[in-house]
Write a protein that binds this ligand. Sequence first.
Ligand SMILES: [Zn+2]
Length: 165
Amino acid sequence: MPLLLKGSCRCDAVRFEVESHTPVPFMLCYCSICRKQQGGGGFAINLGADYGTLKITGKRNLGVYRAEIEDDEHPQCEISSGERNFCKKCGSALWLYDPTWPELVHPFASAIDSELPKPPEKVHLMLKYKANWVEPDVGKKDKVFDVYPQESIADWHKRTGMWVD
Ligand SMILES: [Zn+2]
């Protein structure tokens, strides 16, 4: 059975539930979008879950932000295909949905109220774009990346034995 993640915004105007085979909060993204929209400590943590099982209450309170990106990886300014969903009342960032991978949704770990497994090791990505004052807390088994890792969220869970069947 996949793990049922239960999440909400701070003011409770939006609640959601979604099933996940990959619920470990191991992936810390330091990119400027995650950091500004959601990551007060210099990064945001994205989970992977099954979009087909996403149930939302308070949908009318959702706002969607699509970032404009212009950096080394995107020299031409483009609008991100990622749809960052947040509560219009309190501003909590909730999840990212990208139609490029329609079967997946990426809830922010910070929006989840139910228990999540502790990561045995972590991945720090987009360090090229981290704020200069941020000193990543890199554990012995952690991996660091300037941009993206090759290993997917699913593959990481399978390798570390954390995949939830
Ligand atoms: Zn709210």
